[in-house]
Design a protein around this ligand. Structure first.
Ligand SMILES: C[S@@+](CC[C@H](N)C(=O)[O-])C[C@H]1O[C@@H](n2cnc3c(N)ncnc32)[C@H](O)[C@@H]1O
Length: 343
């Protein structure tokens, strides 16, 4: 983590950071993203989720002259930044990104949006209605905060403008992600989608796999490239797959494109080693109630409530409960004995 970010994370509690989705971009990644957006010499650059200003710092370091505009919702973060940094060329406002709606306002937008459940956002309904209005398409209620940020930024980007965004990779495969992919294809060209393999070094405490999207609001770019950064240390970027923008469908699961080459190369070798997943069992996703604290229990809870064995069943309630690649009944029993939430 960079120096200012470190000082800030020592200054506030983890719960405060979690509440606002405060995970920070390391300078290497910020420099990489900024280098791409400034190739077009933008007069204005906007960061809608400023934090400790990783992207602004990068623009300053490169001595690139432009109007740098930014928003930060959290007053604690905003005050800390203003007190502890040099911000001569910066127009930073303490505001909710969703409080103002502009069309085609910025030449470039660079952002690492908060990874928060949009479901907990108070003005969620208003934001979904606004986004649906601007893109003339109904937005799914399952959309996450990062995707809502990205859609709004696409609307706000000027014609021919460039946008560089960090996104959780799963949006490339989900239902609500289809709308985001459709809009990316409709409003311009996706230049590159780069999956970060080394994510623990990039976002120390984030729990999700992320990618970087380079998008230009023009039809100048014919091919979408899928790449991976396998090592942050030397910024080793490997191209995996390239597809013509007319040949790609937003309904496809784009995550598969990161594996394309490997699959082709190894297919013959691997074919006879595979069996259908169904050979091992049935796999179902449970209902998402949003109320795990009510539905999930520990051994001690079961005893306290007086439930019998046939009234409960085992359930892995969070993926991070499984810490090993092989998980068996012995581990399940240990979790039960440790009074973890596995019923
Ligand atoms: C993932 S951090 C990224 C910070 C910084 N740009 C970076 O890349 O290191 C997201 C930031 O957005 C802020 N944020 C969260 N919701 C916001 C909103 N609705 N409007 C503006 N800022 C928001 C958080 O407080 C946090 O500082």
């Amino acid at each position: 983590m960079e120096a200012l970010e470190k000082r800030y994370t020592n200054y506030v509690t983890n719960d405060h950071r979690k509440k606002y989705g405060q995970f920070y971009t390391i300078d290497k990644i910020a420099d990489f993203m900024v280098a791409w957006i400034i190739e077009n010499n933008p007069l204005t650059i906007y960061d809608p989720a400023f934090g400790m200003g990783a992207f602004y710092r990068s623009v300053e370091k490169k001595n690139f002259k432009c109007d740098f505009i930014a928003s930060e919702i959290d007053k604690v973060s905003y005050d800390f930044y203003c007190k502890n940094s040099n911000n001569i060329n910066l127009q930073l406002t303490c505001e909710d990104y969703f409080s103002k709606w502009d069309i085609e306002k910025y030449d470039a937008i660079v952002c690492n949006p908060p990874y928060l459940k949009f479901q907990n956002f108070v003005n969620r309904k208003i934001v979904i209605d606004k986004l649906s209005f601007f893109i003339s398409k109904k937005i799914s209620g399952y959309i996450n905060m990062a995707s809502a940020f990205l859609l709004k930024s696409i609307i706000e980007l000027k014609k021919n403008g460039r946008l560089a965004y960090i996104m959780p990779v799963e949006f490339l495969n989900t239902g609500y992600g289809n709308t985001v992919k459709e809009i990316l294809l409709k409003y311009g060209s996706v230049f590159n989608i780069i999956k970060i393999e080394d994510e623990k070094k990039t976002f120390e405490d984030a729990v999700t796999t992320v990618c970087i999207i380079f998008f230009e609001k023009s039809t100048n770019i014919d091919f979408i490239t899928f790449s991976k950064i396998s090592s942050i240390e030397n910024m080793n970027i490997k191209r995996y797959y390239c597809i013509n923008r007319d040949a790609i469908d937003f309904r496809q699961k784009w995550i598969n494109f990161f594996e394309k080459n490997e699959t082709v190369v190894n297919k013959d070798k691997l074919d006879n080693k595979f069996v259908p997943l169904s050979q091992y069992g049935k796999f179902k996703r449970g209902i998402a109630t949003g109320a795990n604290e009510f539905f999930t229990l520990r051994k001690s809870d079961i005893k306290k409530i007086g439930l019998s064995d046939n009234e409960v069943s085992y359930c892995i309630t969070k993926s991070n409960q499984v810490k090993t690649s092989i998980f068996n009944n012995k581990l399940l029993k240990e979790m039960s004995d440790n009074d973890e939430y596995i019923y």
